[in-house]
Design a binder for this molecule. Structure first.
Ligand code: LRH
Ligand code: MN
Ligand code: MN
Length: 386
């Protein structure tokens, strides 16, 4: 049992977002930090530090055009030299002035063309560097009743998704991310998992839903969505973060570690932690007031802790209690796992992997933070509020 748990923890993979390393903030203020990356290359250097101390975060997701470079193959080579690889390519069709009334759902066909061309460019970039996943999130929607036709916008969305889907290579996937609201306040064109699921179902097997844990109404039972999509083989990825209010993008597991455990329990039950299961576990976070590299390290550790607890659930005892209709017994089995302190186990797993058992302290003692402050002047905005 413990050997299997340890092996599963060693094999776990968590993808880092390049934008977590840049400056970010709210629409009220960006508190710039010293030493933040000035280029996509420097973001990769920082992400490599997170992998160096955790051993389970070997890929970095890019956001285009925030991470636009001349030569993506060169960037991929640079990442490799630093012990990591490029991950999911995230499309950005929400920042240009042209997108005020939407991107792929805009009433103007010329804007739709421009937006879809960007999605196709992202597929091309992914293909050029051998990346499987292209992730699409649309800020599209309306602010006022009557502003545009809800149904026509769905038609336009379907058309753009189909064109993008048709451009995918054999082994590539289109990941569709939903979000309840923001920046649109009345209708959002992909507001929930049902909408994303319906579009993905029509597109085919290479289209999968992304669950961003911060993108739901308060009180939504996210683990139910996880269980449902897993059952339908339509869960492609997570964007992990925590929220207290809306899309807060705080460190995963910081607001509600129990929810994260419940999500990971569904993953473990479906045997979907294995990389071959095809679920990409990504972070999608912004560190507005805390130092970014240690915040990413902490986030990876939070996912590992929730995963370790989920792996410790006694499935036989749980199934027995469930079969017998033993409500309290089943809940007790579940809570026993959640209440286990898994930090010593994870420290051991890290030592087995040749890592320091305490990644945060190891990073702090490395002197890297001082080095980047000295070397980098004029850090880059991550994108939010830019
Ligand atoms: C939208 C979102 C989406 C974007 C990212 C920067 O709120 O979650 O995943 O790509 O933030
Ligand atoms: Mn997201
Ligand atoms: Mn978000």
């Amino acid at each position: 049992m413990t050997d299997a748990v340890r092996a599963a923890l060693r094999g776990q993979r968590i993808e880092l977002p390049s934008w977590a390393f840049g400056n970010s903030g709210t629409r009220f203020k960006v508190f710039a930090q010293q030493g933040v990356p000035r280029t996509p290359y420097e973001k990769i250097e920082d992400a490599a530090q997170v992998h160096r101390y955790t051993g389970v975060a070997p890929t970095v997701a890019l956001h285009i055009p925030w991470d636009k470079v001349e030569d993506y193959t060169h960037l991929a080579g640079f990442a490799k030299e630093h012990g990591v690889g490029l991950g999911t390519i995230n499309a950005n069709v929400f920042q240009d002035n042209d997108y005020m009334l939407g991107s792929v759902t805009n009433p103007d066909p010329a804007v739709r063309r421009k937006a879809t061309d960007h999605l196709l460019e992202c597929v091309e970039i992914a293909a050029a560097v051998g990346v499987r996943d292209v992730k699409l999130w649309f800020s599209d929607g309306t602010n006022y009743p009557g502003q545009d036709s809800i149904r026509a916008r769905q038609d336009r969305l379907a058309e753009a998704l189909q064109e993008t889907y048709d451009a995918l290579g054999e082994d590539q996937r289109l990941l569709l991310e939903y979000k309840l609201f923001e920046p649109a306040f009345y209708t959002t064109d992909v507001p929930d998992w049902g909408t994303a699921y319906a579009h993905c179902l029509r597109l085919g097997d290479k289209a999968q839903v992304v669950i961003d844990t911060g993108h739901h109404a308060p009180g939504t039972n996210i683990e139910f969505i996880v269980a449902f999509l897993l059952r339908e083989a339509k869960l492609g990825a997570f964007d992990f973060n925590s929220r207290f209010y809306a899309d807060d993008d705080l460190m995963v597991g910081s607001a509600d570690p129990f929810q994260l455990f419940r999500i990971m329990h569904e993953i473990v039950l479906a045997d979907a932690l294995r990389q071959e299961a095809g679920i990409a576990f990504m972070l999608d976070q912004c560190h507005n007031i805390e130092p970014k590299i240690p915040a990413q390290i902490r986030s990876v550790m939070n996912v590992q802790e929730a995963t370790a607890k989920a792996l410790l659930v006694d499935h036989d005892a749980l199934a027995k209690a469930q079969d017998e209709g033993d409500v309290l017994g089943a809940n007790a089995v579940f809570m026993d796992a959640y209440n286990t302190d898994v930090r010593p186990l994870l420290a051991e797993v890290r030592q087995e992997m040749g890592l320091d058992p305490d990644p945060v302290t190891a990073y702090r003692d490395s002197g890297y933070a001082d080095k980047i402050v000295a070397e980098r002047v004029g850090g880059q905005q991550a994108g939010w509020g830019a």
